[in-house]
Every structure is written in C-alpha cells, then in structure tokens.
Design a protein around this ligand. Structure first.
Ligand SMILES: *[C@@H]1O[C@H](CO)[C@@H](O)[C@H](O)[C@H]1NC(C)=O
Ligand SMILES: *[C@@H]1O[C@H](CO)[C@@H](O)[C@H](O)[C@H]1NC(C)=O
Ligand SMILES: *[C@@H]1O[C@H](CO)[C@@H](O)[C@H](O)[C@H]1NC(C)=O
Ligand SMILES: *[C@@H]1O[C@H](CO)[C@@H](O)[C@H](O)[C@H]1NC(C)=O
Ligand SMILES: *[C@@H]1O[C@H](CO)[C@@H](O)[C@H](O)[C@H]1NC(C)=O
Length: 851
C-alpha cells in the first residue's frame, strides 16, 4: 500500500504540515486500514509480473519495499487464520510466508491430506482475501523446529536413500513431490502469474549450512535450480543460506541481522528470516528478543538496501499433537514474536514494529526511487543513509555503538541517538521514529481460571470477581470427577515382534507413536538387586521390573540398581521420543530407542532376545476420541500420582468473553492431553527451567538467543493452548495420558485476558512526535482510564503510581481522547497538559481497561 502523503522536500519550516504525518497518525491509519481492507480489497485476480533488479523485487515493474511475516498453517486453526491475517495486515505486513510441511500433507506414500489445519490452499486463499501476498517455501526440508524437519518417516524405508544429496532414490521421490505441489498451486490459481497471491517460491532450505558434508551437494543444488526452472511456476524462486544458488533463484539471508549481507550479482538484498525471538526447549526458560533490537535490525536492513524482509516467526503458534521438532522442542511455539501463541498482539513488539512498518511504507516511494546511498559518517559508529531524490528525502541516522549514546548534527539540526538505535527522519529533518524509543502499549495479560476442580470453584469465582472489580463475568465451571485407567505395562502378547537385540525405534514405529516397549526376561538365582545399565537410549525412558516402576531417565542412558526376585524377572523399558531431530546432516541416519548395550550387573542382555511392542493400548483403542472413550473400564475416584495412567473428565464451557483459552497443567507430570479428540500436544509442566539461564536484559549490542531469557526456576511450559473452536458449550471431553504421575484435580482451564493496555513515554525520548499509543483487541473499546499521569510517575504496567509531580488534568485529558475508542494516541507535551514541574523531565504513563 503506497502512501499518498508527500510533502515538499525543500520546506524547512517547522509547521505541522511540513513535518508530515506524525507517527501516531500513521499508526492509527494502519489500524483503521485493516478493517476497510477486508471489506474492499477483494482478491485481485489479474496476473502479476514478479521480476527483480539489483535494487529490488519488482511487482508489475515497480520496485517494492516488502515486509513479510511467517505463519505456519499447521500451527494454528483455520478459524484463527482470518484474524491472524487481519492483524498482520493492520500491522503493515505485505506478505505472509509459510513452509510446506511434507509429513502432514503426505503422511504415507499414497496419501495426500489437505484438510483442516493442513489445508494450505485455503490458508493461501484467506491470505489473499486479507490483501496479503504469499511466499511459499516448499522445501522439501524445512527445519522449522518441526518433527524431523518436515520429513515423513516413511522416507527412511526407501532403499539406499540419502536425504538432501544428489542421490537417485532421493531425487526420485522429491522431484515428483515438488512438481505435484506446484501443480496444486497452479490448479488453484494461487501463483502470481495466474492472479494468485504467491509471488515467491522457495526450494530447499538453509542447505548451504551443511552442503560441505555431501559429496553430491553442489550437484543437488544445481538440480534444485533446474527443477524450479522446469516447472514454469509464474513466481520468483529463492534459496536461503545458499552461496552457490543457481542463477534462476535469488540467494537470500537468514539471521538475527542481515544488514551486512552481500546479494549475488544482479540480485536484490532479501532477508527470508529475521528472527524476532527464538524457540524454547523443555528445561530452558523462554527466549526473549527486545523489540528495540528487532526494530534496529529491520531499520538497518532497509537503510542499507533491503527490498524484502520476513519475520520468522510473525505468529509462532502451537506444536499440536506430535509435531514439535527435537529433541525437546516445547509444545508452545510462541517464539516471543509480534503475535503471541494465542494470536494476540504481543506488546510492545507488535505496535513498535507496526510503527516502523508505517514509517517505511510512507517513505517507500522515496527509498525505492534510487540506488542505495553510500553512508555518511557522523562520527565513530555513527552514520547516515540519506535517500534524497526528486520524490522526497528520508534519512536513517544510525548509532551502532553498543553502549555510548550520542548527539549528532545533521542537516542543520541536532539529534539524540541512543546507543544501538536508528532514527528515521521524515523530510530528512524530523525524527519520526527511533528504534530504541518504545512508545507502544504494553498489554499485560493474565490467565484467569474458568473451569476448575469442583472444590476450587468458589475460590476461583472470588478471584475473578476481585480482578474484574465486580464488573466482569464471574461464572466458573467445574470438571466432572476425574476417572482413571491404568495403561498396560509391557508387551501385549500377540501383537509384539521379537528380535534377538533391541531394534531402532523410528524404523520400528514408523514414527506413528512416541512409545515403544522393549521387553526381555532374566532368571535370577535369588532375590537380589543388580545395576541395570543401558548405554544409549533416547529420548525419555521408563524402566519397569516385574511390572513395577523403577526409574526414569532423559539423560541418554540408564544406570540404576533394580530389585530382582528369585526366578524369572520381566524387564520392560518404555522408550519415548519427544520430537525427532529437525536440524543437521544425514537425518536418514537418526536413531532413537535402545541403541547401545544393556547390562544387568555383569550380564550382557543386549542379545538376550527382545519383544517390541509399538504404542500404548490406550492409543490403539483411541480412548481419547469421544466415540471411543468408553472402550475401557475407567475407575473413580481416580488414582493419582501413578505413572502410565489415563485420566478423563468432562466439562461445560461457562459463558465468557471470546478470549483465548489454555489448560494450566499444574499438578501433572509429563504426557499428552486431548480435548474432544484433538491432541493439544505434549505437556511436561514438571520440567523446571534452568535456574541459571536468565539475566538482566539490555537491548543494546548484538543479540543471541542466550540473552534476555525469562522464566527461570518455573515450569518451562505451564499453559497449553486450547483453540476455542475445539470446544462446544457443554460436555467437552478431556483425556490425559500421564507418564510420570500427577494429580488431575490441580489442572484448570484458564482464559487469557486481553483487558488492559499500558503506555509509557518520556519527554526525553529521541523523537519529535511523542505520544503514548494505546490499543485494545480488534473487537474491543477502551472502557476506563485506570491510571494517567503526566509528571514523574513510576512503576510498570499494572503497578504504576504517582510521583511527586503530576498534572492534575492528566486523567481528564486521556479520557477525552480515548474512552470508547479501539485505539488512541495521547501527545506527550506541555502544551497539552500544562507544565506541572518546570525544569524536570516529565513522562506520561497511562493504563486503560478494554471491554
Ligand atoms: C531403517 O530401515 C531402512 C529400510 O529397511 C534401513 O535402510 C535403515 O538402515 C534402517 N535404519 C536404522 C537406523 O536401522
Ligand atoms: C537533498 O537534495 C536537495 C537537492 O539537491 C538538496 O538541496 C538538499 O540539501 C538535500 N538534502 C539533504 C538532507 O541532503
Ligand atoms: C512401517 O513401515 C513398513 C514399510 O512400509 C511396514 O512394513 C511396517 O509394517 C510398518 N510398521 C508399523 C509399526 O507401522
Ligand atoms: C474407535 O472405535 C471404533 C469401534 O468402536 C473402531 O472401529 C475404531 O477403530 C476406534 N478408533 C481408534 C482410533 O481406535
Ligand atoms: C490542563 O491543565 C493545565 C494547567 O492548569 C492547563 O494549562 C491546560 O490547558 C489543561 N489542559 C486541558 C486540555 O484542559
């Protein structure tokens, strides 16, 4: 979307018209744009020509500055997609990027699945309806912290196959798959040349990182280029992290920063993955990348010539079912990005980046009208990129020092440049945006209980009443009494298969389940105790002797004294995977299960004869499905704190807002949870995040994912997203499979509130148009001003308090500007509030509630 505002570049007056649109005006315009776009932007059906030159991607011959964001279709529900796209569009995105997930779309060689969350055709069409273009990344490999990097496990059964090499069996299966996929795009008219939204296609993914390990690597890359060319797809092909990308594909960059990326000759500067956050693994605190640094990286990239950047991720979503990669990626794929796991704006990141997008798009016609200017030095670690053409003038002033703030002279004016920041100057004269100055709202959300154990209902209702100050919805529901069912330990006779030694797990299960039992027997002369040692077993294992639980391990080995009785002892080892490896070389050789030696004392049991039982009985019977839940005898009251136990209950959904829902799995150990037959993913709240991995967070200096971690010493994941559309008003079935032992009475269904918005901006922020921007959900309005102070207020969102200086009419002014509106901006200026304390630097803190 082009901006029509182009004020004269030669004007030097400081009247408000010469200053051009303020940031707040741009932002509110962007919010308003979302909804009108849905109404008016009917999908274009005319063909679009996608080309490029050394400066930019060209759409229908026009150089573009494109902002993209990654949303993976299987990580949210189709019901969520329109809202995600509307928020992306409102936030200034032009393009949605997704991978293709081979394993879910072709689960067996002859089966193509395109339903529900796996329906990428519908996903792409909905993006187009929202006025967005699409970058479709086909792979075949995707990494993506996705199970096995997106490879279906059946590929392992192809004789002699070497994944991602110039290897005939590999090319023979990948070629037809990619060809078929492009045909699906053609048949549905999704490609730009056919009037569809897909402007960019990607083949392979980050192959350059590992290519050296493959003798046929360079030939495979050329084959990818030839295949792409042969498909006449009517969109531009790209390859990321690929130094030797064939000439018909654009080579692109991935990373936390790509402003130093050197494009291939004749190609534009493209950044397929700007990582605004990072993924989480079990036992680690959650990663966090400050919004200031994400904005800094993005602004630097466009200042230095970028034409296309995509946030990886924009909405991370959820690793439902068994889709998490590994080993050990959490079920939440929140990624600390602009839209949180639930699809809600994550503030201040969403709005701070949205402001940047608005400024970039308002100046796109200037920035893209010329070649990239050589930087002008303004001092040590200080530089200006000045885009000055007949279309207008815009300047990027950068301070790339990681600790020293600076004051610079530019174009006859003085500008404050905090360390590690970029200011963007409208008309090359007015700082309209600074990457370090976060004036965006902080939405501080809480999880409030909605359905709890019957004994906890009145406490939970009191709690809700206290939070809503009597104005909210206080109905709280109860789970019906939990029932339990003990899973069968070990092999189930006739179905098990026998081998002399333990077999590799993925080949044995075809990755249809996390679970594989290994069973053997041992004759002991007397009742005694011996050390059982398994040298190599993954990922998490449970050892039972004579059907009694003995030990659990996730360290890759077992070493534990086990009790034996005189005579025959049965040893059952339950090996469980938790996400197959998604990154690295030679993934076809990845092994799980018992791989090393098994010993009992000094006796080697490795060749002792082993039964292999694939999966659990409850899985085989499908007792998590509503129609099959009664296939086993459930017992009440439920047995708690016992391993390998199934639990079931049902609940009605109390009338409440449409806020997103989650299960708080507190009290449970590790396992899976289903609601109405939908697998929400693996839970493991008993896995506590490393107590040492958190530190004070400074946005300045080059980020890496070990910095700014949050949530040490608490469960690495406590809440598990329950999409509302998977629930019904009454009689919802919840089933849990607990591996370690837990107490289902302690779990609850919680509601993720979106009820307040906060903003905090100081007069000393390095921009000219200062304002506090507040915003509620798309279908909400600002109901009450809970705190407003222009002066010297202190504290953080939900805990603001007055300082010694306060303008008496602060609340009245904010009320007049904000009440009843979806979003508002409040100028931070003494000509508005008066000056309650001259000679003191003042700030404006505001907290509003939404309804
Ligand atoms: C898995 O099975 C395939 C096909 O039989 C075989 O080629 C491969 O070596 C097996 N992998 C492992 C780790 O056993
Ligand atoms: C932009 O170009 C105009 C015309 O050449 C010139 O007068 C002006 O000083 C330039 N502005 C900057 C900031 O370089
Ligand atoms: C795994 O796949 C192979 C080859 O298709 C098949 O022979 C075997 O029965 C499968 N095993 C399971 C447990 O599905
Ligand atoms: C559910 O039960 C029906 C019969 O009651 C059976 O045909 C079906 O296979 C079961 N589903 C699963 C997943 O086991
Ligand atoms: C707020 O109060 C100050 C000081 O009394 C006054 O100068 C200012 O005009 C007031 N602002 C509004 C919008 O009423």
């Amino acid at each position: 979307m082009r901006s029509s505002s182009s004020s004269s570049s030669s004007s030097s007056s400081s009247s408000s018209s010469a200053r051009g649109p303020s940031l707040a005006v741009l932002m509110v315009a962007a919010v308003a744009m979302c909804c009108s776009a849905i109404l008016v932007a009917l999908p274009s059906t005319s063909a679009m020509n996608v080309t490029y030159d050394s400066r930019a991607l060209l759409l229908d011959g026009q150089r573009r500055l494109l902002i993209a964001g990654c949303i993976h279709y299987p990580r949210s529900t189709p019901e969520m997609w329109p809202e995600l796209f509307a928020r992306a569009k409102a936030n200034g995105l032009d393009v949605i990027q997704t991978y293709l997930f081979w394993d879910v779309n072709q689960p067996t060689p002859g089966e193509f699945v395109m339903t529900d969350r796996f329906d990428y055709v519908r996903f792409i069409k909905l993006a187009q309806q929202a006025g967005l273009m699409v970058n479709f990344r086909i792979g075949p490999y995707v990494c993506a912290e996705w199970n096995y990097g997106g490879f279906p496990a059946w590929l392992r059964q192809i004789s002699g196959i070497v994944f991602r090499d110039n290897d005939k069996p590999w090319l023979d299966v990948v070629g037809p798959y990619i060809t078929k996929t492009v045909q699906v795009l053609k048949d549905n008219k999704l490609l730009a040349a056919d009037g569809g939204p897909v402007i960019l296609l990607q083949i392979e993914n980050e192959y350059g990182n590992i290519e050296d390990s493959y003798a046929g690597g360079p030939a495979y890359v050329q084959w990818c280029g030839q295949l792409a060319a042969s498909l006449n797809a009517g969109a531009q092909w790209i390859m990321c992290q690929q130094d030797d990308a064939p000439a018909n594909t654009i080579a692109t960059c991935n990373g936390f920063y790509c402003d130093n990326y050197v494009p291939h000759k004749g190609q534009p500067m493209m950044w397929t993955e700007n990582w605004p956050g990072w993924f989480q693994t079990w036992g680690q605190p959650s990663p966090h990348r400050p919004a200031q640094d994400v904005a800094f990286a993005a602004a630097r990239f466009y200042a230095k010539g970028g034409t296309y950047m995509s946030y990886y991720m924009y909405h991370g979503g959820t690793n439902f079912g068994r889709t998490a990669g590994g080993p050990g990626i959490t079920t939440s794929y929140d990624y600390d990005v602009a839209l949180d796991e639930y699809g809600m704006p994550s503030e201040p990141k969403y709005s701070h980046l949205g402001s940047l997008h608005a400024v970039l798009h308002a100046n796109e016609h200037i920035i893209m009208s010329m070649n990239v200017p050589a930087p002008i030095s303004l001092g040590k670690n200080l530089e200006a990129h000045v885009f000055n053409s007949s279309s207008g003038c815009v300047a990027f002033l950068s301070n790339i020092d990681s600790s020293v703030d600076a004051e610079v002279q530019f174009n006859g004016r003085t500008f404050e440049l905090p360390a590690w920041s970029v200011s963007i100057l409208h008309n090359c004269a007015f700082a309209i945006y600074n990457t370090a100055a976060v004036s965006a709202p902080l939405n501080a959300r809480r999880m409030t209980p909605l359905v709890v154990h019957e004994d906890a209902v009145s406490d939970a209702a009191d709690h809700r009443r206290s939070l809503s100050k009597g104005e909210g919805q206080e109905r709280v529901g109860a789970f019906s009494t939990f029932a339990s069912y003990a899973e069968t330990i070990g092999r189930r006779a006739e179905e098990a298969v026998y081998f002399t030694s333990p077999q590799e797990q993925i080949n044995t299960t075809n990755d249809t389940t996390d679970y594989l039992w290994y069973t053997t027997t041992y004759n002991s002369a007397s009742a005694t105790s011996q050390v059982l040692s398994i040298s190599n077993v993954n990922d998490v294992v449970y050892v039972y002797v004579n059907r009694q639980f003995v030990t659990m391990s996730w360290s890759g080995s077992v070493n534990k004294a086990v009790p034996l009785m005189a005579g025959t002892n049965v040893i059952d080892v339950l090996s469980t995977t938790f996400g197959l490896q998604n990154y690295g070389t030679f993934l076809e050789q990845v092994t799980r299960g018992i791989q090393g030696t098994v010993k009992l004392g000094s006796t080697d049991l490795t060749q002792n004869g082993w039964w292999h039982q694939v999966g659990l009985l409850g899985e085989e019977l499908g007792i998590f499905l509503p129609q099959n839940a009664s296939n086993v005898p459930w017992a009440t009251p439920a047995t708690t704190n016992r391993g390998l136990t199934w639990y079931r209950s049902s609940f009605d959904l109390p009338q409440s807002s449409q806020a997103p829902l989650a299960l708080d799995m507190t009290g449970m150990g590790k396992g899976f949870v289903w609601v109405n037959g939908h697998n929400l993913g693996r839970y493991w709240p008993s896995r506590i995040a490393d107590s040492m991995a958190c530190d004070d967070c400074d946005y300045r200096g080059a980020y890496d994912d070990s910095r700014c971690r949050q949530g040490c010493n608490i469960p690495s994941q406590r809440y598990y997203h329950v999409p509302r559309e998977w629930l019904q008003p009454t009689n919802n079935l919840i089933v849990m499979l607990e591996e370690i032992g837990g107490n289902p009475a302690l779990i609850s269904l919680v509601e993720r509130e979106e009820d307040i918005s906060c903003g905090a901006v100081g007069e000393d922020y390095p921009a000219d148009d200062l304002s506090v921007v507040l915003g509620c959900g798309l279908h909400q309005t600002i109901r009450r001003v809970e705190f407003a102070s222009f002066g010297t207020p202190v504290g953080t969102c939900r805990q603001f308090s007055l300082g010694s200086c306060n303008a008496a009419n602060s609340t009245a002014i904010v009320e007049s500007l904000c009440l009843g509106r979806q979003a508002c901006h409040v100028p931070v200026a003494i000509n508005h509030f008066g000056d309650p304390c001259p000679d003191t630097t003042k700030r404006l803190f505001v907290q509003v509630s939404c309804a």
